[in-house]
Design a protein around this ligand. Sequence first.
Ligand code: FAD
Length: 489
Amino acid sequence: MTYQADVLVIGAGITGCAVARELSGYKVSVIVLDSAGDIAEGATKANSGIVHAGYDARPGSKKALYNIRGAGMYESLCASLHVPYRRNGALVIALNDTDRTAIESLKARGLENGVKNLDILDHDAVLAMEPNISPEVKCALFVPESAIISPYETAFALADHAAVNGVSFRFGQSVSSVERLPDGSFAARTDTDTYTCRVLVNCSGASGAYIHNQLSGQKLTMVHRRGQYYLLDREAVPAFSRTIFQCPSPMGKGVLVSPTVHGNLLLGPTAEDISDPLDTATTAEGLSDVLRKASLTWPKLSVRTNITNFSGVRAHLTTDDFVVGPCEDCPGLFEAVGIESPGLSSAPAIGLDLSGMIAGYLGLSLKESFLPCPVRPRPFNEMTDAEKAEAVLKDPAYGNIVCRCEVITEAEIRAAVHRPVGARSVDGVKRRTRAGMGRCQGGFCMPRVAEIISAETGIPLDRVTKNGGDSYILSGTVESFLKEETVHD
Ligand SMILES: Cc1cc2nc3c(=O)[nH]c(=O)nc-3n(C[C@H](O)[C@H](O)[C@H](O)COP(=O)(O)OP(=O)(O)OC[C@H]3O[C@@H](n4cnc5c(N)ncnc54)[C@H](O)[C@@H]3O)c2cc1C
């Protein structure tokens, strides 16, 4: 099939969703394509979730510019999207004299970038603030403006907001080739379909250089850099309330120990260059590296409460900066490439900037009415007993707890399936509702979640996937399995 839109966005990560949501305020048709089965399946689902204040990026770089602007937009953006945001502050700790010098340079760099309220605290002040930090700490850079968010929940909400304002999202659409047509428009091809558009927006994360290099003579080289994590259960949280960084290196911001907005504790990431951008495996070597480095920050660290491990892959350009804006030698191509850290922090500002540039290029005008982001009901596990009783009275599906660890109800899972960009897989439900995010990691609720997805969407139960593609949960019936066994006997 051939589809047509004014603007085609490749990539439904936080960047593509931020661009799409800004564009949805204009009179323009927009399609967003993603090779995965859902929003946020690339780097956006597997990162530290920190809204960096902006002390680390090189002054004058695009990373510094967008980090500072994006970080300044997040609090009100999250409020309007009804997603969590917590300005918990951060400490970058010095564990030796070399680190002490690095801390002073970071503070100077932060001030040059325009970060507010930076301070260097001595040993005693650091331990008074966070008593579980190693007593070896010499001093620390205190960054009160640092915040935490849920990266994928923010992307889901941006996508929902774009969708209610007319943007169309299509999944399982891996763009293999892009071409500029003689009339200046573009054709993007997937295995099954062709999409034509006047403006092409490259927000394809790990494929950013691959897409760019098909259309531009100014070639980009991308390195894929994996980061592995430990996620600890809520029990570990009182250990720290702020995000604790070690000093950054050329490979990244170093191993952190940080609370998440949902009260878990995150340890990681590593920084390893890999050849396959889709290789999100965790390794014994990588995870022990995380433990070794994290225990320098937190000597009493125990992973007894570890509930899962995961990894994400950074899209690092050898030029070591973001590419954001119109492509110089290909009019109509707009790009956000090399969006590694602080890409999450920068996404709202990149979305605003790119959409403004596209609006100027196409001569777009704003819509007369722009619908607000749909409000989601308060999670059942945050309701008072009286609110819970009222919710169950209105909808008895609130009375059916499907995920016991996180206390998520059938009503909430159904609602996740029926959101504007609704969940179609067990992981899609997990990230929208937290069903399966607890200590048992879905061991009890996964079959029930799959049944609800099937009932609500009409997808046959044996076609419901864990996370898109062919990740089917059921491989057939016991009856057919027994029949096959008999034939083989
Ligand atoms: C380990 C790690 C830790 C990080 N920590 C932080 C942090 O704390 N704070 C911060 O600010 N930033 C952080 N980042 C960076 C942040 O995660 C990224 O900058 C951000 O998620 C990039 O979003 P994106 O939408 O540009 O890319 P992605 O999220 O990767 O989205 C790109 C999308 O494009 C799709 N796609 C790819 N190729 C194709 C194709 N050919 N056709 C169709 N679709 C395609 C993918 O499926 C994907 O959904 C971290 C990154 C990593 C990996």
